[in-house]
Design a binder for this molecule. Sequence first.
Ligand SMILES: [Zn+2]
Length: 539
Amino acid sequence: MRNSIFKKLITILLATVFAAGLFGDALPAKADTAAKPSRAKLTVSAGADGKSVTLSIAKTKNAAGYKIMVKKPGSDKFVKLKTLKQDGTEKRTYTAKKLSAGEYVFKVRAYSKKNSKTVWGKYSKTAALTVGAASYAPNAATDVGYITKAKTTIETEYLIFDIDPGIYVVPQLAAKADGIFRAMEAVTGLRVMDGKYHDYKITVHVSRYEAQDTAAENSGPTGGSDDEIWIAPSDLFVESGYAFAHELGHAFNREFTGGFAGTVMDEGFATYTEMLAAEYLAEHDPDLGAILCSPDLVKYNMMLEDYEVMYDRSVEYWMKHADEAYDFCGNGAYGLGFRLMGYLDESFGDYTSWFETYDGLYTAKISLPEYDPEEGLTDKTVANLAIRALKTTYGDTVLDGFYSWMRSNEYGRFDADDYYDRCNAFASVSAYTVYPFYYWAENKTKLPGGEMTEYSDLTVFIAPAEFYLREYKGEDTSALILNVSAGTTVELYDADGKLIDTVQSEKIPLTGVASVKLVGKGETVFNITGYHIYDYVYH
Ligand SMILES: [Zn+2]
């Protein structure tokens, strides 16, 4: 009680001090109402965890603070969510956490204050967002995706998909793609919309390639540049999102640097970003992480066959002769760049600030009168620009420290040569949609990674795989069999989500089964047979 009287006194005293104009010119005493703030502008984005929403308010004229209102799922009334006071600092973002699933509608208005009078700006337009479609698996087992009949455009929060006719599209494409995009922004610290060269959505072209009139789906080339990327059908979250994230990585890069910085730098950035995004999702959103790929798969693909061959010549040498890097890595200079980005990230705290320096050097170079756009820059010129960019950004000795750092990090940190021999960790994944993988060498339907999968109450949707096999690949799916390890308890569910049966069998007929749940904790094989499976033959 005494305390509250004391507070009141202080408030009155302060109000008097302000009114008396003792704080001088900063508070002109004449006009006794504050200027009306402009109408606020609000953007909302969903967190990668599927349970949070970040609200960003554009800088608003005359605002002393902002009041955010929310209409929660099932309610028809707006209630106060949060007031952001300026307090001399810019507070224009707020993250609402631990939200339950459903649609949230937000609006915000700015206020200004003077002499304890508050003047309100107009409410912003409302912004709605559905939180926690919870899992990136189909909402119901009946949602099996679809095959495009004509050229199809799907616009998401960050991307525009441009999909050829006759391509299979997974359920919840937009949620999956945007979730991966957000993870990539989180790990790179880059906001693509703030890019120097583009400020619009990245276009994702999905098509089969001429050389690919076979049963295979993803053996065609993929490519990324500027604000467009090209990927093959099964790279759209059928087998994984690995190629999708890789090519998006190039698009991220090109939002900030106009020119190619060489294989070591550009491919290094794309591959290292893939791994960080996979690690980030494995921790924050394991269901989506499983759809992207295991971080170990990235390491496996970037494996060096012989570190000593790499150490034999300087980093600068490999930057200038990227083609020769195949002497020590199956993926050439990608493997070196992948490690170089890891070194920059961990030793200097970031692996992207060279973008700006490189962009400046590159732009200066191509504006010289002797530059011939037909010929472009030679590999050596590009490498020299990149080396200068690294030294300018991180210090002259930046490249000198790389090999010694690598020697203490080469094993464990970047290697995963036992990836396919190990038990794949799905222990923190709650739901996954399995697909047949029409890689050029095989078309198996199995959980990704090694033969064995570690699980903990894992739901696997198989109706999309059945649809894919039947409608997209023309297979007879009338006698599909699920193979699991002995001792695995499997619950079978129909398309309405009703439990059909609980079985402990190594061979489980899948007729009428839309999803299964591996009950409890354990390790098991998980593959589907009963259709025409080819193995290790080029079709
Ligand atoms: Zn690439």
